[in-house]
Design a protein around this ligand. Sequence first.
Ligand SMILES: *[C@@H]1O[C@H](CO)[C@@H](O)[C@H](O)[C@H]1NC(C)=O
Ligand SMILES: *[C@@H]1O[C@H](CO)[C@@H](O)[C@H](O)[C@H]1NC(C)=O
Ligand SMILES: *[C@@H]1O[C@H](CO)[C@@H](O)[C@H](O)[C@H]1NC(C)=O
Ligand SMILES: *[C@@H]1O[C@H](CO)[C@@H](O)[C@H](O)[C@H]1NC(C)=O
Length: 303
Amino acid sequence: MNKLQVLLIAAIACTIGSTLYLLNKSSSDVQESALTFPYDENLAESLAGFSMASYCKASKIQNWSCGTPCSKNPQGIQDVYIMKNKTMNSVGYLAYSPANDAIVVVFRGTVPWLIKNWISDINTVKTKYPRCQKCYVHLGFFNAFKELQDQILTEFPKLKAKYPTSKVFVTGHSLGAAISTHAVPVIYELNGNKPIDAFYNFGSPRVGDENYHQWFDSQNFTLQYGRVNHRADPVPHLPPNYSPFIFTHIDHEVFYSTFKKPYKQCIETESLECADGIKIPLDIADHLSYFGWDWATNILACQ
Ligand SMILES: *[C@@H]1O[C@H](CO)[C@@H](O)[C@H](O)[C@H]1NC(C)=O
Ligand SMILES: *[C@@H]1O[C@H](CO)[C@@H](O)[C@H](O)[C@H]1NC(C)=O
Ligand SMILES: *[C@@H]1O[C@H](CO)[C@@H](O)[C@H](O)[C@H]1NC(C)=O
Ligand SMILES: *[C@@H]1O[C@H](CO)[C@@H](O)[C@H](O)[C@H]1NC(C)=O
């Protein structure tokens, strides 16, 4: 072996060594990014039940006689207040859940028989978000939230006064998921700047831009939260993440390929390991089958 060969072999060995080192490093990085966040699946399912019930006729929510949606939380709710505003037809309810010893704040999305139009009508118009510098949010979702804001400001403190030590849960499905995200900072403040105990939503569209995402996730509004997504549900892909729109989800995605198999958790948003990895996310049926329930049929039956 001449000097050159020795040098070459040394260089190759060095490369292999550093590649191995890098491999080691990247495998430990993968473990780090695979870190999970607290996710209580039973609680999420219970909140999905509250979300499904929000689509039912008000009088049936009021006395918790809404069939399958209500049966998901068989112990019922009390001190129910139905929020509604005719302008954009935003709807939701606040109530006390004795089984959870929690105040629940729930937001409804677009009814299943109009969902296809709603999905195809989701635009990309943004508006400045007043709580955070340089943050922009989707105008339509923010307006839908603002329709109910006054009712939250009036009604949440009443429940809080009556149940001062109870937990607080916030939830919603579809458009209701976007509205619930906007409700979180407001309810956090009404809760005396005490973190919301659980915030789970289902099939949420993207609510704001990258600055909004950064801001929301730095605020510690909640003790546990997650955006639950299902397989090829199109809604979590809207409005688009790509340029020039670049809407960005908040963190903590929980992704189900089916509800019979374990879920994936993606601690950081827009991960290809979760919904973003789906190539053709165009299945509206997946938007209406969270936890394996037939939302369309159940909701039709509770009108
Ligand atoms: C890779 O990590 C293992 C376990 O931490 C260690 O024993 C091994 O020496 C590392 N390999 C390299 C090339 O750094
Ligand atoms: C609950 O509401 C339904 C539908 O309005 C009604 O038929 C039923 O009598 C009510 N039940 C009670 C206990 O108030
Ligand atoms: C309904 O929404 C509009 C627009 O956000 C708002 O000005 C109005 O005060 C709301 N009405 C109620 C009863 O909350
Ligand atoms: C949120 O919690 C983290 C970790 O405890 C802390 O570093 C950060 O300052 C908190 N953010 C706010 C806005 O309080």
